[in-house]
Design a protein around this ligand. Sequence first.
Ligand SMILES: [Zn+2]
Ligand SMILES: [Zn+2]
Length: 253
Amino acid sequence: MSAASPQKPKKRIPKSPPAQMGNGLAKTLLGYVRSVEYMNKSLPDPIDFDNEVARLRGTLQCANCNSEINVRNSTNFKSAIYCSEYCKQMAGTVRYVRRAMAAQRESEYEFRMGLNDRLIHMPTGGYAAQERRLSKKIRMTIFERDNNICRICRKRPAEQIDHIKGSSSDLSNLQAICVNCHRMKTNSNLRLATGKELKRILKFYEAMALRIVAANPSKACDDYERWQKTEPKLRGIRQKMINKIKQEIGGKT
Ligand SMILES: [Zn+2]
Ligand SMILES: [Zn+2]
């Protein structure tokens, strides 16, 4: 390791980085998926789904990376299933691609763009994760207010709610827009990943590719059919465990 340089890192960060332009991220991930098939890499060991779920029921380990979920963590991310937003997104993306590949949809445009959207929003390095869940009621209010027409192009039907600037969910910061305009806006806000971030991203992509290709899932959360039914139950059980721990450590009320 070389000594840390005292000056701040140079700001030479162009918008719309080559690694992320268009559907570049989806291409990169799917490239890894293909290379796993061609290069005959060894796949992660398959699990027995029921055994694995039983194990997950008895612990508070992240379903994606097995690290312990930090119950004391009072910051933004709260989940009884995953340790971080990144793990949640990663597991969701693995399932998304596995499902599409099982249906032989992997060359479809909509799938590729959808995958790219997911990868862009998968928080990496400085790209902050923001839980921006809006209630159904707020969404309805915004769509109605904007007459279901995209407020950016004013042509296409609105399909998504956009935070105009920052993460405030104040009605004045929300607008209904179409998928196309949402993608263009996201692309224009991207910055180039640093070399360090890129290395980390590619490492994750490679790990995802192995999980995607494995005929028999190596994690319970990769089994998109069974996980759908299992996850809510597991979440309920774990939430109780978490509440109990919190009561013990908190002691208040
Ligand atoms: Zn994790
Ligand atoms: Zn539009």
